[in-house]
Design a binder for this molecule. Structure first.
Ligand SMILES: Cc1cc2nc3c(=O)[nH]c(=O)nc-3n(C[C@H](O)[C@H](O)[C@H](O)COP(=O)(O)OP(=O)(O)OC[C@H]3O[C@@H](n4cnc5c(N)ncnc54)[C@H](O)[C@@H]3O)c2cc1C
Length: 474
């Protein structure tokens, strides 16, 4: 039994009503499973699965009184795996599943344990959606606290641009609301500053109109044609409708039956396409993408919104070893295209490949996320960004750790001179204190985040995150 459990944890609040899971308990193994099981997964000392907000208050007060650092788990999709640190006290919010939709106003209130797919299903019957991410098993809470980008960002902005308020349990054991009117400094910091400032138990959004049926799918091209297709896509996106989302993925062609068998598993450029505009425009909008080069096929079909927003779930199971890096790009120059395609050709295949092991995604920004909201309106940074690049690797065998880390690091080193200093914190691994000072966009924004951290978490108990250190802590 870890020292911490023998000592501090034996005084754990007796009025805690949820589940307490220690390493020896049934259910612990399932509870500790998260997306990034680097090193085979961590062994937290205690996972406290809150039954309700009172439990969150009890655990938070206990952490403050005992000076115990507190990890927070919502959807478990954090790319650094900070929700489950070794030897730590973890506050698990997965049971906070309430969803309340006001159909008349389109305002939706969600508990912090709600996943994107659960939110989509609750809203689509009213022809509504909150702009969020692309994998339905991601937690709404963690995604929103970092910013939130996805298929609707060009149409409606980032997830934080639709956030109206948060219910927050503070480190001094209070329940407060954060909105433009109440605790606005906290509300600003929560919209992009991550889980640094308090435990968010509920989120309130303004949902946006969304057709029940949208168009979604893939347009694959052979990797040999990726340079010309990416160059054409660069010219095409500024004139494309805001309802069109394109992620250009340098990866392996999936073994889908409609695709000729010689392309299965071959290196490819896959355009991941979602179009949420008028149905009678779908053909023209997607034909224009297929005409950017010699497409292998155009696999785009009408589907319900929730199906579009979960089509990538299959490539993102929980429990693998993961390493990822991301960067904002001011443009997609020929030099960037060359280097990303070159590294794609030299990527590492997996030993036993049920799923692609490496992917570079180039997300087309522009539209609402870039043009409709000021950089300083939220802690989430977007300034100057035309493309978001990320490299994601997933594998299973410990002996492959070094190979995948080296592949990502070499690629990032080549890309870094072309990257901006600001970035999207949720879709990259933490790159250290110097990087964190620039990632939110400017020294003024970082100073504002440090001030909020100093006010709301002066002991830095919430440190398992892209950490912002409070003043006076070092
Ligand atoms: C497969 C996959 C696909 C993704 N796709 C997208 C995408 O399309 N768009 C996008 O924007 N992002 C995407 N992400 C990134 C995702 O937004 C972040 O990883 C996010 O942190 C996940 O939130 P979570 O609640 O699932 O994770 P968790 O691991 O539970 O939380 C991550 C961290 O957030 C903090 N946190 C979470 N909840 C709270 C809370 N209620 N109060 C205080 N702190 C909290 C904690 O510090 C925690 O360590 C993806 C990630 C993965 C793994």
């Amino acid at each position: 039994m870890p020292e911490t459990e023998q000592g501090v944890f034996k005084h754990f609040p007796t009025d805690f009503r949820g589940e307490l899971l220690r390493p020896r308990d049934p259910g612990y193994t399932a509870a500790r499973a998260i997306f990034n099981m680097h090193d085979g997964g961590a062994t937290p000392a205690l996972i406290a699965r809150a039954a309700d907000e009172r439990d969150v208050l009890a655990v938070t007060r206990f952490a403050t009184e005992t000076g115990t650092p507190l990890a927070v788990r919502a959807g478990g999709h954090g790319v650094d795996g900070t929700a489950m640190p070794d030897g730590a006290l973890v506050l698990d919010l997965t049971a906070l599943k309430a969803i309340d939709v006001d159909r008349a106003t389109g305002v939706v209130r969600l508990g912090a344990g709600v996943l994107l797919g659960e939110m989509d299903s609750a809203l689509e019957k009213y022809e509504l959606a909150v702009p969020a991410g692309t994998v339905s098993t991601t937690g709404v809470a963690g995604l929103t606290l970092g910013g939130g980008v996805g298929y609707n960002m060009r149409r409606y902005g980032a997830t934080v641009d639709s956030l109206l308020s948060c219910d927050v349990v503070t480190l001094d054991g209070r329940r407060v609301r954060a909105s433009e009117q109440e605790n606005p400094d906290l509300f600003w910091a929560l919209r992009g500053g991550g889980g640094n400032f308090g435990v968010v138990t509920g989120l309130e959004f303004q949902a946006r109109p969304m057709s029940r049926q949208v168009a979604a799918g893939f347009i694959p091209f052979p990797l040999a044609h990726a340079p010309e297709v990416l160059a054409a896509l660069r010219e095409h996106m500024p004139t494309a409708p805001r309802e069109l989302s394109v992620i250009a993925a340098l990866t392996e062609c999936p073994p889908l039956p409609p695709l000729p068998v010689e392309h299965h598993g071959a290196d490819a450029l896959m355009l991941i396409v979602v179009y949420t505009g008028p149905a009678d425009r779908t053909e023209a909008v997607t034909d224009a993408l297929a005409a950017l080069g010699p497409a292998i096929a155009k696999l785009i079909a009408p589907v319900p919104w929730s199906a579009a927003n979960s089509m990538l779930d299959v490539i993102a199971p929980l429990g693998r070893r993961v390493y990822t890096k991301g960067a904002y790009l001011s443009g997609l120059g020929d030099d960037v295209i060359d280097l990303t395609v070159r590294h794609a050709a030299g990527h590492l295949p997996q030993a036993d490949p049920p799923l692609p092991s490496t992917v570079q995604n180039l997300w087309a920004m522009g539209g609402a996320i870039s043009e409709d909201f000021a950089e300083d309106s939220t802690a989430f940074s977007r300034e100057g960004t035309v493309w978001f690049w990320e490299a994601v690797t997933q594998w299973d065998r410990p002996e492959d750790d070094k190979g995948f880390h080296d592949w990502v690091d070499a690629l990032y080193a080549d890309l870094r001179p072309h990257a901006r200093d600001n970035c999207y914190v949720n879709l990259t691994t933490d790159m250290g204190p110097e990087w964190r000072r620039g990632v939110w966009g400017s020294p003024e924004k970082y100073a504002r985040l440090v001030q909020a951290k100093t006010t709301w978490d002066p002991q830095n108990l919430l440190r398992f995150n892209k950490n912002i250190e409070p003043l006076g802590s070092s």
